[in-house]
Design a binder for this molecule. Structure first.
Ligand SMILES: [Zn+2]
Ligand SMILES: [Zn+2]
Length: 185
């Protein structure tokens, strides 16, 4: 007998992560991607990815480990963390995804930065949800979008993230629907 087709999307916190934000991310993934979600712990220790010199966590080795740990019934896995993520060519990243692959990760570390005033929780949540859609969109093969209001638009700063909306543009929505259809029921 064949194993069941991969259909659900996993959410996995890496280290401590606010319950309220985790639940909101699950709601948003179900709303935008139309798949069931499950929350599971996949990596107990992420020390292997920590760079002792930079004091940050490398997102690429985390993605490799997450994709390997992802159970067969999961179509994709979204990791959420408060750690400060980097890839070697950038000072930091909000997240990273395997383009057309299984794993992505988003961090609140830099999204929570608001010089001069404490960032309201609703603003952090809004930024996080857009970046979750962005990175998960990459795993379905979506690339960066020129429309500055589309969640697939590439943002350098958290302020730029605020300018994006939460709805995929028409073009990205068509590409995503095609990818979801190809992924099966
Ligand atoms: Zn991107
Ligand atoms: Zn778009």
């Amino acid at each position: 007998m064949n194993p069941p087709a991969a259909s659900c999307i996993l959410l996995t916190p890496l280290g401590a992560f606010e319950e309220e934000l985790l639940a909101a991310a699950g709601d948003e993934v179900r709303r935008v991607f139309g798949r069931e979600t499950r929350t599971v712990g996949l990596l107990a220790d992420i020390g292997f990815a920590r760079d002792p010199v930079r004091g940050q966590v490398g997102s690429t080795p985390l993605l490799e480990r997450l994709a390997a740990a992802c159970p067969p019934e999961a179509l994709k896995v979204v990791a959420l963390t408060e750690e400060d993520l980097f890839i070697p060519v950038f000072t930091y990243v909000f997240g990273e995804a395997q383009l057309g692959g299984r794993a992505c990760i988003v961090s609140t570390h830099r999204l929570g930065v608001a010089p001069g005033f404490p960032l309201p929780q609703a603003a952090l949540r809004s930024r996080l949800l857009k970046e979750v859609v962005h990175e998960l969109g990459h795993t379905f093969g979506l690339r960066h979008c020129p429309d500055p209001t589309c969640p697939m638009h590439y943002c350098r700063s958290a302020r730029d993230v605020d300018r994006k909306g939460g709805e995929l543009c028409r073009y990205c929505r068509i590409l995503l629907n095609d990818a979801l259809a190809r992924a099966g029921p």
